[in-house]
Design a protein around this ligand. Structure first.
Ligand SMILES: *Cc1c(COP(=O)(O)O)cnc(C)c1O
Length: 331
């Protein structure tokens, strides 16, 4: 497959200077020793970036592992976790793996959050954790700050905002985190930081949540190489923001092009766009794109996403190949 636009990775690698810095530190690593169990310098660097205390940072092997640790800590049999569908499938999936019940609320027809539904689900299911995802995967919709406030008012337990794509949008809930508020925000190095191969993610939350999670996670779960890679990446914020700026511009260009094609699409705040061809079945378009060596995500079999496909924003050249192929398929 020449053009892979299916897993929301960054289309470009991290800076060469970062690669050299990582290689230099790895050459001096004491491989016979266990890594720093508390990942002190990595967590300090993340805390610096977000102007929080290092005790409010929990790092894991990808934000999926962070979510798993959070759910192992607070969910489990006899407890309920709330989601508002369609949203990131791993939230409900991992919650069920811990033995918890998932209360699935529905979003409105246009996939925005229905605050009456939030009240109904939180009131009847008494969830220990209530998930939001902003921008939401797979819809790309950004959750307005007022919606988060309403969810915080309704939710009886912890509110989790999955911000895997936050740097592609214009606001973040991290500024609302403090030790007196049951709110946590998760982030990943897999998308904006171009480091999906490193498996690194983290959470910003009250220090008492982080302390409970540390009791649950395995000793030395973050290897030394990953701690180095992540800490050094944070020295290249400008490069990351430049890549994000380019992807956002390309996303707008793709949406502009969609406006001239027979497709419906949802305005995205992330590095992907959900769309629904009007004239040809989604699964057929997905297969036809394969013939042009373009791979997108087929969401057409997912609940409420009939005929929908999700395309990750790639390089300018990749996006061109995708748009030209789509135009030919739909004409
Ligand atoms: C991609 C993605 C993640 C990232 O998971 P990692 O384990 O950090 O790679 C988390 N949440 C959402 C909503 C995602 O789309």
């Amino acid at each position: 497959m020449r053009v892979r636009l299916n897993t929301n990775e960054s289309p470009t690698p991290p800076p060469v200077a970062w690669q050299h810095a990582v290689a230099a530190e790895l050459s001096r690593l004491d491989w016979h020793r266990y890594p720093d169990r508390s990942a002190t310098s990595l967590r300090a660097a993340i805390a610096d970036l977000h102007h929080v205390d290092p005790a409010q940072v929990f790092a894991g092997n990808g934000s999926n592992e962070v979510l798993q640790t959070l759910l192992l800590t607070y969910a489990g049999p006899g407890r309920t976790v709330a989601t508002f569908e369609p949203t990131y499938q791993l939230h409900g999936h991992i919650a069920r793996l811990t033995g918890a019940t998932v209360a699935e609320g529905g979003r409105r027809e246009d996939f925005t959050l229905d605050l009456a539904e939030v009240q109904r689900v939180c009131g009847s299911a008494d969830p220990i954790i209530t998930f939001l995802c902003s921008p939401n995967n797979p819809t790309g919709l950004v959750e307005p700050e007022t919606n988060l406030g309403a969810v915080q008012d309704a939710a009886p337990g912890l509110v989790v905002v999955d911000e895997a794509y936050a740097q592609f949008s214009d606001w973040s809930a991290i500024g609302l985190v403090d030790d007196d508020t049951p709110l946590v925000v998760t982030r990943t190095f897999s998308k904006t930081w171009s480091m999906a191969g490193a498996r690194l993610g983290y959470l910003i939350g009250p220090s008492w949540v982080v302390a409970e999670m540390e009791k649950v996670t395995l000793p030395y779960h973050l290897d030394a190489a990953k701690q180095i890679a992540g800490r050094l990446a944070l020295g290249f914020v400008d490069d990351m923001e430049a890549r994000v700026g380019h992807i956002v511009a390309e996303r707008e260009r793709i949406q502009e092009a969609f406006g001239h094609l027979p497709v419906d699409f949802w305005r995205s705040g992330a590095n992907f766009v959900l769309f629904r061809p009007r004239t040809v079945a989604g699964a057929h378009v997905w297969k036809a794109l394969l013939d042009y060596s373009v791979l997108v995500r087929d969401c057409s079999g997912w609940p409420r996403l009939e005929n929908c496909l999700r395309v990750t924003v790639g390089t300018t050249e990749e996006n061109e190949v995708f748009l030209r192929a789509l135009e030919e398929i739909l004409s």
